[in-house]
Design a protein around this ligand. Structure first.
Ligand SMILES: [Zn+2]
Length: 317
């Protein structure tokens, strides 16, 4: 039995850093202070009556997070940097007062796992075994910080929960790090890949954690070939609604086709650099080749391309 008052009414969500990504599209009642001060204001409240399988993207704080509202808990997928836990909880409290008890970590980078150190209600932390091993060596998770370490690890694949809450976790090999999980909400046809898919931009790996762009290309190809049924893909880098797209719509969420294109883009990116290096060109000359990819892949952010080229030169030694 779920008491009716368990779910807080949503009084104001205007300007919130939540972008609704789920199938259960609730349009919150929005009011402004100016409206509230008017004597004849007609105010409504929105009471969330049914949870279970409602997913949101939490935008802000550097890396993306996804939350899944279940009947009895909130699942937090990536927790942003240390110090962001309070903001995460305050934002979640706008739609539910259920506790965050499960965290899923896509990889060990602190901008994806630091925030869980600020959330004492978390009791289950799920990550790939290589990510768990990496976190055990990080000073943030030593001593009292050990409470933020994963206590459930994934090898190749693990499924959590059932029905609308189901979460499928996959490991396809090294990419951004050596422990990147692909998170799929199959009932919602949504996937979140952590920094394997930052959005439409130059590929980025964390070499100190075992990431390799050469491996990333193959890992993305395997993901695209093997995962079926996903329609929307949440990018890991901050992105608000695209220009002209109303807040709260699905318009700023990438599609599966975008991920497929990103896989092709990273392969072409690698090939361009490989060719440049084979011809004895400098990284700056390789950058010209990569920049020429913009004709085939318009809209890609290449600000970090020079850095990625250096990484590939190192990998191809
Ligand atoms: Zn990362």
């Amino acid at each position: 039995m779920v008491p009716m008052n368990r779910f807080r009414s949503v009084a104001c969500i205007a300007g919130a850093v939540i972008a609704l990504t789920a199938v259960s599209m609730l349009t919150p009642f929005v009011w402004s202070r100016a409206h509230a001060q008017q004597a004849d204001v007609k105010q409504l409240r929105l009471q969330l009556l049914s949870v279970g399988g409602i997913a949101y993207q939490l935008i802000g704080g550097g890396g993306s997070s996804v939350i899944l509202l279940r009947e009895s808990e909130v699942v937090l997928i990536d927790s942003k940097p240390r110090g962001w836990g309070k903001a995460i909880l305050e934002t979640i409290a706008r739609v539910t007062d259920l506790p965050v008890t499960t965290a899923i970590n896509t990889h060990a980078d602190l901008d994806h796992v630091g925030g869980q150190l600020d959330i004492p209600s978390i009791t289950t932390i799920v990550a790939h075994e290589n990510t768990a091993a990496a976190m055990r060596t990080m000073p943030e998770f030593a001593g009292a910080g050990a409470k933020g370490l994963p206590n459930t690890t994934v090898g190749k694949q693990l499924s959590l929960f059932e029905g609308v809450d189901r979460v499928d976790l996959y490991y396809f090999g090294a990419g951004h790090t050596n422990g990147d999980l692909v998170v799929v909400l199959p009932e919602h046809r949504i996937a979140y890949l952590g920094d394997l898919f930052p959005g439409k931009m130059a590929p980025e790996v964390h070499a100190a954690r075992g990431g390799r762009i050469v491996a990333l290309v193959d890992t993305l190809a395997a993901i695209v070939a093997e995962i079926k049924g996903v329609e929307r893909v949440v990018a890991s880098r901050d992105s608000g609604p695209a220009p002209g797209v109303p807040r709260g719509s699905f318009g700023n969420i990438n599609t599966w086709a975008d991920l497929v294109e990103y896989g092709a883009f990273t392969r072409d990116f690698l090939q361009a650099v490989r060719t440049a290096k084979a011809e004895g060109q400098t990284p700056d000359q390789a950058l010209a080749r990569v920049t020429a990819l913009s004709a085939k892949y318009p809209g890609y952010d290449l600000q970090r391309a020079r850095q990625s080229i250096e990484v590939i030169y190192g990998e191809l030694k």
